[in-house]
Design a protein. Structure first.
Ligand SMILES: *Cc1c(COP(=O)(O)O)cnc(C)c1O
Length: 405
């Protein structure tokens, strides 16, 4: 019996203890240059890796984490990810995932109706969810091109390229949302509307859903608002042909976790299915072997319920509103637009102050983006425990030290 394939209580407790320990940030990754011939043993390997993997990681659960779409994850997802790794189910085949396939179906049955969709499947991210949806669009609606706003995520253009479809970008307004008056003839096109653009969190006019041969809503970021009291911000999404949502963004899941949803799931799934002699069921979508990412999501939904999940997302929305209000209240700062999905784009009115402010912001607190050729600061409220006062104080201090009136 090879003990390394059995649960080691000591080893797992040691890993947990390392996770909880404060590791000093190590300066460089110092590992053997070549594949070691002799192994260290599991415990020693963990000790060697801990300062690197744990010590050098970005801390997404710190009060300063307010910059990116990557959320902290609830501990129940750590526990269930450990179960997943030890069981290593493969959802490609019912024999290697008897329960896991049903659990994924359950998660889809719970979440798809929130978007007016009848079902779908999980993918490792919305990049693949967008590709999968546009593949179905090509098969089901015979589309020739993909049309999206200039603020659409790069994965949309990438999907069009992979699928051999044309790709056209439409102009946006100052907030980053698609200009509805710019819509061309879409009778042979898939229209991709973005619910929560990556740069500014803008929500495209979803009343344009249905204007094209196929409408896909890329709700990678803002989709989870459908489960909250802000659901109406995404009104119209329920009439889309397909929807993408990244669970590893605003559903607080570990990577890689996302959903592709279809209004007519039976038809769309049949169009993107392949059989194989050794497969008991058709292989739906882009992935081959894939794991039980539904389990941590199902566990989170069971532990929190819809209302517990909504409370966390709503807290993020509040944090963004509060920070936006701070920007509005300071005459030296400019707010791009009211935040539509908890992303705040802002900058000092004096361009010369941008660099100084950037240098004084707490590390990991703020990202930057280019809009119409100019740099803006960008804050993303994916962390319900972010401390916006801390950030506001840092901005005020930076402005005070400069010669800004
Ligand atoms: C993040 C994002 C994507 C890509 O999703 P991944 O989960 O990173 O693959 C697509 N569209 C939008 C609007 C996004 O914000």
């Amino acid at each position: 019996m090879d003990r390394d394939f059995l649960a080691s209580d000591d080893g797992l407790l040691h890993a947990l203890e390392l996770l909880r320990r404060d590791h000093a940030d190590v300066a460089a990754i110092d590992l053997p240059a070549r594949l070691p011939d002799a192994g260290l043993g599991p415990r020693e390997a963990l000790d060697l890796l801990a300062p690197i993997v744990l010590g050098r990681a970005a801390r997404l659960n710190e009060p300063t984490a307010f910059a990116h779409m990557d959320p902290p994850t609830p501990w129940i997802t750590w526990a269930t990810t450990l179960w997943n790794a030890s069981l290593n189910q493969n959802l490609l085949h019912p024999a290697t995932a008897p329960a896991a396939r049903e659990l994924e179906a359950k998660v889809l049955a719970w979440l798809a109706p929130c978007f007016g969709m009848s079902g779908g499947h999980m993918t490792p991210g919305s990049t693949l969810a967008n590709l999968t949806a546009l593949w179905a669009a090509r098969e089901c609606a015979g589309i020739r091109e993909v049309v999206a706003s200039a603020s659409a995520h790069l994965s949309v253009g990438k999907a069009a390229h992979i699928l051999g479809l044309g790709f056209r970008q439409l102009p946006v307004d100052a907030s980053g949302a698609l200009r509805r008056d710019a819509l061309p003839d879409l009778s042979r096109a898939a229209l991709v509307l973005t619910a929560g653009t990556t740069s500014t969190g803008a929500i495209d006019p979803l009343d344009a859903v249905g204007r094209a041969a196929w409408t896909h809503v890329d709700a990678a970021w803002a989709g989870p608002l459908r489960l909250t009291r802000h659901a109406a911000r995404l009104a119209g999404i329920e009439r889309a042909d397909s929807v993408a949502v990244s669970a590893h963004k605003w559903l607080f899941q570990p990577k890689e976790s996302a959903l592709v949803l279809f209004r007519d799931n039976a038809k769309a799934s049949a169009a993107i299915s392949f059989g194989g002699a050794y497969l008991a069921v058709p292989n739906v979508g882009v992935l081959g072997s894939h794991g039980a990412t539904a389990v941590p999501l199902l566990a989170t939904l069971l532990a929190w319920g819809r209302s517990g999940l909504a409370a966390r997302i709503e807290r993020c929305v509040e944090l963004a509103e509060r920070f936006a209000q701070f920007v509005r209240d300071d005459a030296r700062l400019e707010l791009l637009a009211p935040p539509q999905s908890a992303i705040v784009a802002w900058r000092p009115r004096q361009a010369a102050a941008f660099e100084r402010v950037r240098e004084s912001l707490p590390p990991g607190s703020t990202s930057t983006t280019m809009l119409a050729g100019e740099p803006w600061f960008r804050n993303v409220a994916a962390n319900p425990d972010a401390d916006v006062q801390l950030l506001a104080d840092a901005v005020r201090r930076a402005l005070r030290t400069g010669a800004i009136p």
